[in-house]
Ligand binder design. Structure first.
Ligand code: C5P
Length: 238
């Protein structure tokens, strides 16, 4: 994660339009450490669209949140390897065998292997949402259970909420990537994210990657918004 180690911000290009994603990516490229494409983008633009974003030269995270039987997830990971992306994710809820299959599939790419990250609990879910799915206990208990399983199954890290960074660092050590969405610069609307934190707070707590979407892409000037986040991270408050 050379570039991302310098700038932890990955901008989420959440759109069906390749032209829009490309415009955002070019605008924010000088101010971010990577780019993330997810379901909206992939289902509209497919592998060719991902290749175009990879060709911009920043690390790319394909946020496809794979969750299926181990054989199918393994095949899905192998199919993404030729695209040259840096990070791929799977749902930890798919279980240990599925996560091991994902890690083994990635390893087949050798030195160019992407990091495999586990999705613990979506940051849009709070305790009552989790209870409705049959998960008792707090979201952080569930995150720790899933993240521990992810590490034991050979994943490189997890997606978690900012409020779980300290706990996961303590329990799982420093050599485990923590990818944190639900990031909102001070004063920004939280929209549908229920567990949010500012970029600087999350970075100082030890997040490796900060996923930031709408605070950049919905801004009147996405480049200025990305630059302001970078400046907040590296130059301190104005
Ligand atoms: O626009 P916003 O900053 O909320 O975007 C957050 C991005 O991170 C979205 O692309 C969303 O799919 C993704 N994400 C998330 N929560 C997770 C995993 C990924 O919000 N647990």
């Amino acid at each position: 994660m050379t570039h991302a180690a310098q700038n932890p911000v990955f901008c989420a290009l959440d759109t069906t339009s390749l032209a829009q994603a490309w415009t955002w990516a070019l605008a924010v490229k000088p101010f971010v450490g990577g780019l993330k494409v997810g379901l909206e983008f992939f289902n509209s633009n497919g592998p060719d669209g991902v290749r175009k974003i990879v060709d911009l030269g920043l690390p790319v995270f394909t946020d496809l949140k794979l969750h299926d039987i181990p054989n199918t997830v393994s095949g899905g990971i192998r199919a993404v390897l030729p695209l040259g992306v840096s990070i791929v994710n799977v749902h930890c809820a798919g279980g240990a065998a599925m996560m091991r299959a994902a890690a083994e599939a990635a390893a087949s790419a050798g030195a160019r292997r992407p990091k495999i990250i586990g999705v613990t609990v979506l940051t849009s879910l709070d305790q009552s949402d989790l209870q409705a799915t049959g998960v008792t206990g707090s979201p952080s208990d569930h995150v720790l259970r899933l993240a521990t399983l992810a590490k034991a199954s050979g994943l490189d890290g997890v997606v978690c909420a900012a409020h779980e960074i300290a706990m996961l660092r303590r329990e799982l050590g420093s050599d485990f990537l923590l990818v944190v969405p639900g990031i909102r610069p001070a004063g920004a609307a939280s929209t549908d994210q229920k567990r949010v934190m500012t970029p600087k707070e999350a970075h100082e707590l030890g997040a490796d990657i900060l996923v930031v979407g709408r605070p950049i892409t919905a801004a009147a000037d996405p480049a200025a918004a990305a630059r302001a986040i970078r400046d907040e991270l590296f130059k301190g408050p104005a």
